[in-house]
Design a binder for this molecule. Structure first.
Ligand code: MG
Length: 370
């Protein structure tokens, strides 16, 4: 069996298309400081990964990721057998606490190399595919002219399902929801994401004010650690989705025990890898939670990892579209060929691994961490 021979990285700071900048209660995402990862094995197979981290989410970015990879994560896996990937993930956990988005970048590259070795799509190596098409939605933020512009741009990009960023002031947010509802249409799928921005009383008030405008769900109404507060808000006519409350499996168990949510938003980054997303989806669905794949503004490699994980994830919601929008988000993608997405769905291909290649000028930037 082949071993992990080398690990290369390249930092990248792409700019989000101005019309799709997401301004939520957790900050404004207008550019990304991401790190791309490439592993190579002793039999000449390579795998790609992406550290799609932001400081506001986990205290990670391209700089911290490169430091941790050089200092601890690469030494933990270089020279080791590629299979089983789960053993390499365990070694990374032993070498460094936390840093899930950084570990996810390496894990994705390892899984990509493993699936390429088998000659199958990553979704197959992960135990799927249970589906080959994943419905997606686009985030909307702002109000007035700005909101109108975002709605129009998203519609022109092909999107037909949306979520509005709220979590500021309930009265003002309710007015913005009314605006958004008018713009996207009465029967269009439109959810809400508060990014943990409300105090519990404000969240209850927001639900009262917004319920009759038919929002499809309410994501992370209160602070990530306030599971009792989340529990309180269930059963008021809106599905409660846990996002920031759930990074890894231990968080998911806490949410299940506290009966804090109706659905959970899993990220390849928060979970520290695509294999763990699938395991968490299994656990969530066994306890009756709907599963969606959430986004941290992934580029093409990260979006491909989301897609394959979503296609292998048990219990993926048939009601709430996922957030796999990497193909649309940035001025320029990093892939040779973009993911197969029309804005309504993203479709799985049959190429081995993630099924993506980076553009030549991006590939030229990779440097070994050895
Ligand atoms: Mg969210």
């Amino acid at each position: 069996m082949s071993t992990v021979e080398d690990l290369e990285v390249t930092a990248i700071s792409p700019v989000v298309r101005p019309e799709l900048i997401v301004a939520g209660a957790r900050g404004t995402h207008d550019h990304s400081d991401f790190l791309l990862v490439r592993v190579s094995t002793s039999d000449g197979t390579t795998g790609l990964g992406e550290v799609s981290a932001t400081l506001q989410w986990s205290g990670e970015d391209a700089g911290t990721a490169e430091y941790l990879i050089k200092k601890a994560l690469a030494p933990a896996i270089l020279g080791r057998p590629l299979v089983p990937v789960a053993d390499l993930e365990r070694r990374m956990d032993e070498a460094t606490a936390g840093a899930p988005f950084t570990k996810a970048g390496i894990s994705t590259a390892l899984w990509d190399a493993y699936a390429r070795t088998l000659g199958v799509p990553l979704a197959v190596a992960l135990g799927g595919p249970l589906r080959t098409e994943v419905p997606v939605k686009c985030s909307l933020s702002g109000s007035g002219q700005r909101l109108r512009h975002v709605c129009q741009s998203a519609f022109e990009a092909g999107f037909r399902s949306y979520k509005l960023k709220i979590g500021f002031d309930p009265e003002d947010d309710a007015r913005r929801l009314a605006e958004a509802r008018k713009l996207v249409g009465e029967d269009t799928f439109l959810g809400l994401d508060a990014n943990g921005g409300y105090r519990p009383a404000a969240a209850a008030r927001a639900i009262e004010l917004m319920r009759d405008q038919n929002p499809a769900f309410l994501e992370q109404p209160v602070a990530p650690g306030d599971l009792a507060g989340m529990r309180e808000l269930r059963g008021r006519g809106l599905s409660i989705v846990a996002d920031e409350s759930v990074f890894g499996t231990d968080d998911l168990v806490s949410v299940i025990r506290a009966e804090a949510a109706d659905a959970v938003s899993l990220y390849v980054g928060k979970a520290a890898g695509p294999g763990r997303v699938v395991a968490m989806a299994q656990l969530a669905s066994a306890f009756g939670l709907d599963v969606v794949l959430g986004s941290n503004g992934e580029l093409g490699i990260g979006a491909a990892a989301q897609l394959h994980a979503a296609c292998a994830a048990p219990g993926l919601s048939g009601r709430i579209p996922s957030d796999i929008i990497g193909a649309h988000y940035y001025e320029r993608d990093i892939l040779k060929t973009p993911l197969n997405s029309d804005g309504r769905t993203v479709r799985l291909g049959d190429a081995p691994g993630l099924g993506v290649e980076v553009a030549d000028e991006i590939a030229a930037g990779f440097r070994s961490v050895r």
